[in-house]
Structure formats: C-alpha cells, structure tokens
Ligand binder design. Sequence first.
Ligand code: UDP
Ligand code: MG
Length: 165
Amino acid sequence: MDQATLVLIKPDGLKKSLTGNILTRLSETKLDIVGARIVKVSRELAQKHYVMLKDKPFFEDLLKYLMGEYHKKKVMALVYYGEDAIQKVRNICGATNPEEADPVSIRGAYGRITTKGVYENAIHASANPEEAEREIKLWFAPDEIISELYPAKVAKKNVEARVWA
Ligand code: UDP
Ligand code: MG
C-alpha cells in the first residue's frame, strides 16, 4: 500500500554534515520525495511534534535538541511517498536508541547518547500512518507538497505575512 511518511534530519545530522549521507541511504528505498523544507523549529512546533512524550523526564532536553540549541538551529523536513514507505524508512533509520541500533543503520552509524541521556539519533521518521498524517500536516502546508496526500480546502487567510521587498 502506498503511504506517506515524515522524515526529519535533526540538528545533529545537519551539524555533522550528514544530509547527503542520509539522503543517499534513504534513496535505497526508491521512494519519492514529495515535499522538502529547511525549518527553524520554534518551541511550539517542537512541543507539538513530540506531544506524546510530554511527560517524559527528558522532554525539555528533547525540545532543546529539536530546536537546535545543542547544534544548529535548523531541521530538514521531508515527505517520502510510496509502497510501504513508513516501514522502509524506519528500517533504514534503525532503533531509537543508537546503542541498540544496527551499526549499518543511520542511527547506529551516526547517533549517540548524550551525558544528559538524550538519544541524539540524527533522524526522525513517522512510526505509523496516523502519526505520519498528523506530523506531515504539522510540518507542511498543502501547497508545499507536490501530491494530494490528504483532503485540503481553500480558506481566506487574513494575516500579515512577509513578502519580498
Ligand atoms: N528519546 C530519548 N530517550 C528515550 C526515548 C526517546 O532521548 O528514552 C528521543 C529520541 O531522540 C527519539 C525521540 O525522543 O528519537 C522520540 O522518541 P520515540 O520513542 O518516538 O522514538 P522514535 O520514533 O524517534 O524512534
Ligand atoms: Mg516516534
């Protein structure tokens, strides 16, 4: 079944210049990239992204990690699409804990555990279709994705926005 999944190259991945390596590894899946953005992550976005972990003792450090306070203040967000996309990407990522991850997986090769106990594991990937939909809608607007993944509607936005001067 064709699926979409959200991938984030986390700030440690960008700081360590791993973008090319990670994209090359992900290209083994033969999935399509249908969206890509470089994002400066706000506290609000980090909190929403990791809302399921809000009661964990490492939550505050996890927010700082995703916001780039320990590395670089940016994240690369991508949407991959295709057959069995969620599991294919998760397999290449490896286990959450980089010490337990297969050494040839992305997290096994590039991740580490900090002295504060946070797993800096270079990459995020959605774990199931519900999570993928929630996360893709959080990180991307409909027009930032080149395929119609989910129903969208036209709404008038009466907000001030920066335009090119
Ligand atoms: N994390 C951590 N310590 C833990 C569990 C998770 O530092 O004991 C961090 C890690 O960066 C992980 C993220 O929180 O990638 C999200 O955790 P989740 O359980 O959703 O793992 P994932 O889906 O990323 O494999
Ligand atoms: Mg997760």
